[in-house]
Ligand binder design. Structure first.
Ligand SMILES: Cc1cc2nc3c(=O)[nH]c(=O)nc-3n(C[C@H](O)[C@H](O)[C@H](O)COP(=O)(O)OP(=O)(O)OC[C@H]3O[C@@H](n4cnc5c(N)ncnc54)[C@H](O)[C@@H]3O)c2cc1C
Ligand SMILES: Cc1cc2nc3c(=O)[nH]c(=O)nc-3n(C[C@H](O)[C@H](O)[C@H](O)COP(=O)(O)O)c2cc1C
Length: 771
């Protein structure tokens, strides 16, 4: 085959040499516009794992690269005048120039034709090529030429960065955060040869603008950075190697995804590789890794399918299929890490203490969890756990084994929860006339013995017409209040859990069948009239609600107040107002369901007016020493609906009105919703509201193991974790999850004590068998 690579970066060179190595009869050329030793950039980092893949692909170049590497394990954070360090992170750094020179030499050795200083205008300059690799970087001309085929989707990110070098060696991957009068700057610093380190300086757009950095030339930009990071540089100089660039050298990162990676131009197959096909932010340092992995995979596909002209198309399709999955995974992790650096100034840097800030930074990509940190650096992690437990007010901290973050106490007003796990409210549709019965006692009693510190019953309705289904619980009469007292006494008597009651009104989603007879489907008979913010039905077949009049509002508010009084008298410890999931109060908050033109519709303030009125009236009669939370749908997941930024505005309003926590759920407001599910998918909302809204939060949604809860709580992304479906599967979820991580510090019910030893030793046996 005749193979031409347009672009002699890591992707083009490495693919060229791998193909020549595997099939010396291929004619391979790499065409590069720069001179051989002329390249931009300083050092690149990749992981130990990458080296193993290169070792398998070409031991000769891998050996040379390994020799040239600087290896280090530590990450250091410089923040608020302190240095903190953790180990076990295994990075390798090499100068980009050095890496390319090794690859260039290896290409020459194997007989790859290297053509330098040739600017390629079009792939049609190589009419005899069977395969053209478009490895021409992020601004790929070849990709632009076939834009219709490749369908590139490029998003320019808001932060600004400048890629510099420093003539100083840093012996750890160093992150340095410095505050100026206009905001935070962060430097990502890593060594790559005997005397030089890469020094990338990054800041938010508003800070960049406030300092007018766009007007500075390179020298002035460097002088500015030297001043900001003077303490860390300690006299060392920053350097640029982008002298050929004019004007500002501050860049925005562009995230690129392509709809297709290959195209037949009529003569040759053209395929995208490396940055031309996809980009990943330097926050997890993997652009070069992706480029090299692409090269390895395509070469492997030729090995598998055959190195012939006739099967090029097949090999390219297989390459794309395999690489897409890995690239998406890395882009995902890179996006999390990148977003962390985008919001760090306004969300974490002024809020979190240095210890927690470091933990948050280390877990920024969400690929490194709590237990993963323990594997990397157990001493550091235990030190952090001890610090966290002390902050949380844990009474006995065993110096050998501090409690994991999810098992530390949490205090809100006069209520101290023993740990951070709560049983999330879940409708059971099993009541008659809104009354608690044997099922509820058995169901919630079992969960009260399961280790969670707060047990919520399902949404409890404030009037018969407030119910979702005829099977919902209510708290509008004395008989129901008696049932609640019995439930609360039961929860208190069997263990240490506190009792939570979520009050709600179904609004336009009321008068429907119980879940197993068709969730959200209207009742065939016995339906009651519905009310909502506006007269909009939920489903085409749903009853159309009446838009609430002022008299309705007063009535419903008073129903909430009466139910609040009954809950207080029944001894409920914790009250939650349900303002989520498209029910009545949520229908006011979302612009999708609130089309009112009076003072209850339109702006955020207007949309929140009625829910806040209800909340304030409840707060006024709810005992001062007992907490109240508010559940919000933080994302409507559809065009024109509320977003997390809107939820933040509402959260601040509820905080001002006296809410102690915001319970951060999402969706169920509109049938048009397209939620993006996944592990911990709603936790970012709790994180944003907690750290930008200055109010405690509850994270909920797809939190399914102790490791998740520990990571969330330890990083300060939420204060409590609400666990719903896992609690249906396992009433003793908390006890079991604690045992799985060897944190056997929660008391089991004394009646069950004999099961505990067996359970723990079975776990230990399974763990050692798996080793
Ligand atoms: C600030 C910053 C820090 C980074 N840090 C890291 C890191 O730590 N680790 C990491 O792995 N990655 C890092 N990267 C990313 C990394 O540099 C790229 O992802 C990687 O170089 C991609 O390799 P490539 O071969 O696809 O493209 P490139 O390295 O961009 O190579 C493309 C080549 O094509 C040539 N070319 C372009 N157009 C033409 C043309 N028309 N004719 C001829 N030649 C042409 C260019 O001159 C260039 O040499 C970083 C990037 C930035 C911006
Ligand atoms: C059967 C069931 C009933 C639910 N009922 C309620 C409810 O009454 N009130 C509420 O706010 N959320 C309710 N939810 C949502 C849960 O509280 C929780 O937010 C959701 O299930 C996501 O958490 P998970 O991934 O841990 O299940 C219900 C969920 C389930 C599975």
């Amino acid at each position: 085959m005749r193979i031409v690579s347009i672009g002699g970066g890591p992707a083009g060179l490495y693919f060229g040499l791998l193909m020549k190595l595997r099939h010396p009869e291929h004619a391979v050329a790499v065409v590069e516009r720069n001179k051989p030793y002329d390249t931009f950039g300083w050092g690149v980092v990749f992981s130990d794992a990458m080296m193993e893949a290169m070792q398998a692909a070409d031991p000769a170049s891998a050996a040379e690269i390994a020799d040239a590497f600087n290896h280090w394990d530590d990450i250091e954070l410089i923040f608020k005048g302190r240095r903190q360090r953790a180990t076990g992170h295994g990075f390798i750094g090499i100068g980009r120039k050095h890496l390319l020179n090794i690859l260039q030499r290896r290409c020459e050795e194997l007989g790859v034709e290297l053509v330098f200083e040739r600017e390629v205008e079009s792939d049609l300059e190589f009419p005899d090529a069977d395969l053209i690799i478009a490895a021409d970087g992020i601004n790929s001309r070849i990709r632009a030429r076939y834009e219709d085929a490749f369908k590139p989707d490029m998003i320019v990110r808001p932060n600004r960065y400048i890629w510099l070098g420093a003539n100083k060696l840093f012996d750890a991957f160093t992150f340095d955060f410095q505050r100026t009068e206009h905001g935070w700057f962060q430097a990502h610093v890593y060594k790559f040869d005997q005397s030089t380190s890469t020094f990338i300086v990054e800041t938010a757009e508003e800070t960049f603008e406030a300092h007018r950095l766009g007007a500075l030339d390179q020298d002035a930009s460097i002088a500015f950075c030297e001043k900001v990071f003077a303490d860390t540089l300690d006299g060392a100089k920053l350097m640029t190697n982008a002298r050929h660039l004019r004007g500002s050298v501050w860049l925005n990162f562009s995230r690129l995804v392509c709809g297709a990676w290959s195209h037949f131009n009529g003569r040759s197959h053209v395929v995208l590789m490396g940055d031309a096909a996809h980009t990943a932010h330097f926050a997890i340092g993997s652009g070069t890794k992706l480029a090299l992995d692409d090269a390895i995979e395509l070469a492997n596909q030729f090995d598998r399918i055959g190195h012939g002209r006739e099967t090029v198309g097949e090999a390219l399709a297989a390459y794309e299929e395999v690489r897409r999955v890995d690239v998406a995974r890395i882009q995902n992790a890179a996006r999390n890490a990148m977003e962390w650096f985008e919001v760090v100034g306004r969300r974490y840097a002024d809020t979190l203490e240095p210890e927690q800030f470091f933990y948050s930074m280390l877990t920024r990509s969400q690929r490194i969890s709590h237990e993963n940190l323990r594997l990397r650096d157990p001493v550091w992690l235990e030190g952090y756990e001890r610090w966290f437990a002390r902050r949380a007010g844990a009474s006995e901290i065993d110096n050998n084994r501090p409690p994991p973050p999810m098992l530390t106490p949490f205090r809100a007003r006069g209520v101290t929860l023993r740990n951070r796990i709560m049983v999330s409210p879940m409708a059971m549709y099993s009541a008659e006339d809104g009354l608690i019965n044997d099922f509820h006692l058995a169901h919630l009693g079992a969960r009260a013995m399961g280790g969670a510190s707060l047990v919520f019953a399902e949404m409890t309705c404030v009037s018969p017409d407030a119910r979702i289904t005829p099977g919902c619980l209510g708290l509008w009469n004395d008989a129901q209040a008696l049932g609640w007292k019995r439930l609360v006494d039961l929860i208190h008597s069997v263990g240490f859990a506190k009792a939570g009651c979520q009050l709600g009104h179904a609004g336009r989603k009321g008068a429907t069948r119980v879940a197993w007879e068709g969730a959200d489907q209207p009742l065939d008979e016995g339906a009651w009239p519905l009310i909502s913010a506006s007269a909009l039905r939920y489903l085409p077949q749903s009853q159309t609600p009446r838009a609430m009049m002022r008299a309705d509002m007063t009535q419903v508010r008073d129903d909430f107040v009466a139910a609040t009084r009954r809950a207080a008298e029944a001894g409920v410890d914790w009250l939650e107002l349900h303002c989520a999931h498209g029910y009545l109060l949520s229908s006011f908050l979302s612009p999708l369901t609130n089309r009112r033109e009076d003072e209850y519709g339109g702006t955020h303030e207007n949309r929140a007016r009625y829910p806040l009125e209800v909340f304030a009236a409840m707060r006024a009669v709810w005992p001062k020493d007992r907490p109240m939370s508010v559940r919000l749908s933080c994302h409507d997941w559809t065009q024109g609906g509320n977003t997390p930024d809107d939820a933040l505005i509402f959260a601040r309003m509820f905080r001002e009105a006296g809410a102690d926590l915001i319970d951060c759920s999402s969706g169920q407001v509109s049938k048009e919703e397209r939620p993006v599910y996944g592990r911990l998918f709603q936790t970012p909302f709790a994180d944003q509201i907690r750290n930008e809204g200055a109010v405690a939060t509850i994270a909920v949604g797809a939190i399914s193991e102790a490791d998740h809860a520990n990571s969330i709580v330890a990083a300060g992304r939420a204060d409590l974790c609400a666990i719903a479906r896992p609690h249906l599967a396992d009433p003793a979820w908390t006890l079991h999850e604690a045992a799985k991580i060897g944190a056997n510090i929660l008391p089991w019910p004394k009646q069950y004590a004999s099961a505990r030893g067996q359970y723990e030793s079975n776990l230990a046996r399974a763990a050692s068998a798996a080793r």
